[in-house]
Design a protein around this ligand. Structure first.
Ligand code: ZN
Length: 536
């Protein structure tokens, strides 16, 4: 099973191995380190027959792989497997021994007998097509966490074709509305104008007269070209491209380990600020409240971890002090901490200067002049959404590899007056940078989303982690992530200010504190550190 030109997974003689080679821009050591959990065993991979180099593959046995890479391999090899609430449902593709299955999913071949008992299987193998359930408590960590990015109950879609072309067919269930249950879920659109436009188009296509009175069970037809990739039929080329992209980027979902976030730099970017208010709903400025979440996140990280915390903006009045009030006064006194300071008078210039600032930070030494590796640097931009009012909860954007360019730079005024621009006016990314940042950022986003869910915070019900924005017929990665070189970078939308319930929550300091704590816990978990206390 070839995942990409550089990565293939092989099942032969009942054993899994991965055949891989360094990708463009990657040294043999970097290559070795992304496959193993413990950097000390990276040497073992370098010593494998063939010795990895650009253009030359090595075969890595499954047990040597880091757990996240194991998950990527299993996903590629067994696309029909399902992570269900009750555990992992593995469908045997050939006659498979239970001890091999136990080894693949739990890391302990000795659990074979337990699996046989659990699944009512006689003997020590599963024949082709048998479903073997591996209970959640035995699963390797990444397999256990795998559901965090998926829906708990996958919706039932079927596919058909009529004179207007191919479509996916969905039957509305009780209490489901066309806007949220169909358009938002299956097309990925979240902005109000897009949702309304597509709902009308889909209603017409399906022969619906009144979108507010669609009977339960009514067959809704969604044209395939409007469908999000994850819902396409498996034989569609776009679906196959997505499966390959996921498997390839997942190889990089392997963060550096850092106890207590020691040696880690976290760049916290409060969206907008100064004269840029961000979205405004009912007199509430996005900038005011996301700045408060950023200040709270800074405080938690400074007090509870050893991370170096760097904010991109600062309020000249209250500084980064956390104000213990629910409703906050609107303030335009934040500036971007470039050299010289920028008053954020032009939002577009502000966004571009943020990534110039991030790229400059990447080169600055840490405390005590120590170098901080890019792998231990995080950029987290905090925003609040303005979406269709039916939507609630948080969402995280990561830089989708397909949407990144190789080179980019702004020219001349007003950028030339900033030190950060003069240091590196043009930024470039090789393929490894792009693939690795999507993989690492997706893993980080997954930890933040899982942490928010554990704290009982609302998370967008469908695809809370997204590789790009879809709006008004265009697709893109937010600029603050797109040209940013920090490998672990996410944009967290804490809530939808267009939704009344979400907006009321944003106006409470309790909610803002919970979001900050959940984000901090997600960061700690990403680097393998255990938080001092669970988020309250
Ligand atoms: Zn924003």
């Amino acid at each position: 099973m070839a995942v990409s030109a550089d990565f293939a997974v092989v099942l032969a003689g009942g054993k899994i191995s991965v055949e891989a080679r360094p990708i463009e821009g990657e040294t043999p050591m970097q290559f070795a380190e992304r496959f193993v959990a413990d950097p000390r065993t990276a040497g073992q991979i370098l010593g494998l027959p063939g010795q990895p180099s650009l253009g030359r593959s090595v075969v890595v046995p499954y047990p040597l792989l880091a757990d996240d890479v194991k998950l990527a391999a299993i996903r590629a090899l067994f696309p029909a497997d399902v992570r269900a609430t009750a555990g992992w449902l593995h469908i045997a593709v050939t006659e498979e021994s239970l001890s091999a299955i136990a080894e693949w999913f739990t890391g302990r071949a000795g659990l074979a007998a337990a699996l046989a008992k659990e699944n009512g299987l006689a003997g020590d193998s599963a024949s082709r097509g048998t479903t073997v359930r591996i209970p959640t408590e035995h699963l390797l960590r990444p397999f256990r966490d795998a559901d965090a990015l998926d829906e708990t109950e996958p919706p039932q879609l079927s596919y058909g074709e009529d004179e207007k072309g191919r479509f996916a067919l969905y039957r509305l269930r009780k209490k489901e509305a066309l806007y949220s249950a169909v358009v938002v879920r299956f097309t990925g659109r979240v902005h109000a104008a897009d949702v309304i436009e597509l709902a009308n188009a889909i209603a017409v296509r399906s022969g619906v007269d009144d979108v507010h009175a669609i009977p339960v069970g009514f067959p809704i037809r969604i044209p395939l070209d409007l469908l999000s990739e994850e819902y396409l039929p498996p034989d569609d080329p776009r679906a196959q491209a997505l499966a390959r992209e996921r498997a390839e980027t997942a190889q990089f979902a392997l963060p550096a380990q850092a106890k207590g976030l020691s040696g880690v730099r976290i760049v916290v970017d409060a969206g907008h600020g100064g004269r840029d208010t961000g979205t405004i709903h009912g007199g509430i400025w996005e900038a005011t409240y996301v700045y408060d979440v950023a200040a709270r996140l800074r405080k938690i990280l400074v007090e509870q971890t050893q991370a170096e915390v760097v904010l991109t903006t600062r309020d000249s009045g209250k500084g980064w002090k956390v104000v213990e009030k629910d409703r906050l006064p609107s303030s335009k006194s934040q500036s971007l901490l470039t050299n010289p300071l920028y008053d954020l008078s032009d939002p577009v210039v502000g966004v571009n200067l943020r990534w110039y600032l991030a790229n400059s930070l990447l080169k600055r030494p840490g405390p005590a002049k120590k170098r901080i590796s890019p792998e231990r640097t995080v950029f987290i931009s905090i925003h609040a959404d303005s979406l269709h009012p039916s939507l609630r909860g948080a969402m995280v954007y990561v830089p989708g590899e397909r949407f990144l360019r190789e080179r980019y730079g702004k020219r001349g005024a007003p950028f030339a007056s900033f030190k950060e621009w003069r240091e590196q006016p043009v930024v470039s990314f090789n393929r490894r940078d792009r693939v690795a940042s999507e993989g690492a950022s997706t893993a980080l986003a997954g930890k933040i989303v899982a942490s928010m869910r554990r704290s009982g915070l609302a998370v967008h019900p469908f695809s809370p982690v997204r590789t790009h924005v879809i709006r008004a017929g265009r697709e893109w990665v937010p600029a603050v992530l797109r040209y940013n070189q920090i490998p672990n970078r996410v944009l967290l939308e804490i809530a939808n200010l267009g939704n009344d319930e979400d907006r009321a929550l944003v106006l409470t300091r309790r909610f803002r504190q919970q979001v900050a704590e959940a984000a901090a816990a997600g960061l700690m978990e990403y680097f393998g550190a255990v938080g001092r206390r669970p988020p309250t």
